[in-house]
Write a protein that binds this ligand. Structure first.
Ligand SMILES: Nc1ncnc2c1ncn2[C@@H]1O[C@H](COP(=O)(O)OP(=O)(O)OP(=O)(O)O)[C@@H](O)[C@H]1O
Length: 229
């Protein structure tokens, strides 16, 4: 049983650039893994195929045992509810409070306000942002803003959380702190997949690491094989 399975996936962009070649791996429910590789290795392309912002040219992507090539039209929006996304620059709404930013995905789903408030307070606590709900994003530090981005992606209890270079704008200490937050997220039923070019940082987290090079999956390192590095 897997939440995500790539089976012989290839992606060639218009113009002939082959971004992914014969990529096969699977992710168990609640598993945490990193994906790393040099710039242009194909990390963002792989994440786009999970969000259905792009489609494979070859092979198949299965999410919760469903082939995503059969997910079209209105069903794309339902699929995206199951995939929380954390962005590098967090993309928070500047004029909305932290609590409003985090609750927005639930407002869009029409959830009752009291239930949204309850969930938002709980996730604010969990992210160590308990006192910052009424603040505007600009009043927070870079690390706090990224924690708000993670909270917003998690609030809908997605089956999988994906993040593309979530520490790209942070200094090394904050980057490690944010990666620790990702590493602590699974175990509540959400699988987490974080892309980062920073191999040294990723290896320190002692989680599974997929390594892409020129579009090919060249390594799939188990946490126990990172223990002594
Ligand atoms: N929309 C596109 N059209 C054409 N080529 C693209 C497109 N998006 C990405 N590419 C190319 O596909 C390859 C893989 O890009 P991708 O963004 O997936 O790599 P990445 O590993 O995420 O890199 P980075 O760490 O720099 O973000 C690169 O050569 C890139 O130039």
């Amino acid at each position: 049983m897997s939440i995500l399975r790539f089976d012989g996936v290839g992606k060639t962009y218009a113009g002939g650039r082959e971004a992914l070649r014969n990529v096969t791996f699977s992710v168990a429910p609640g598993e945490m893994l990193f994906i790393t590789g040099h710039s242009g290795a194909g990390k963002s392309t792989l994440l786009k195929l999970i969000q259905l912002t792009d489609r494979p040219s070859l092979g198949s992507v299965l999410f919760d045992e469903r082939n995503l090539s059969n997910v079209t039209g209105r069903r794309i929006a339902f699929h995206r509810r199951e995939v929380g996304v954390v962005y590098q620059n967090h993309q928070l709404l500047a004029e909305r409070s932290v609590a409003e930013n985090i609750g927005l995905p639930l407002v869009l789903r029409g959830m009752p306000r009291a239930e949204i408030q309850k969930r938002v307070s709980s996730i604010l606590e969990r992210m160590g942002l308990g006192a910052r709900g009424k603040a505007l994003p600009s009043q927070l530090s870079a690390g706090e803003q990224q924690r708000v981005g993670i909270a917003r992606a998690m609030i809908g209890e997605p089956r999988m959380l994906i993040a593309d270079e979530p520490t790209g704008n942070l200094d090394p200490t904050l980057s490690a702190e944010i990666m620790e937050i990702f590493a602590a997220l699974p175990g509540r039923g959400t699988s987490v997949m974080v892309a980062s070019h920073d191999l040294a940082l990723v290896k320190r987290m002692k989680k599974r690491v997929l390594v892409l090079s020129d579009g090919e999956l060249v390594d799939d390192i188990a946490p126990e094989d990172l223990a002594d590095e």
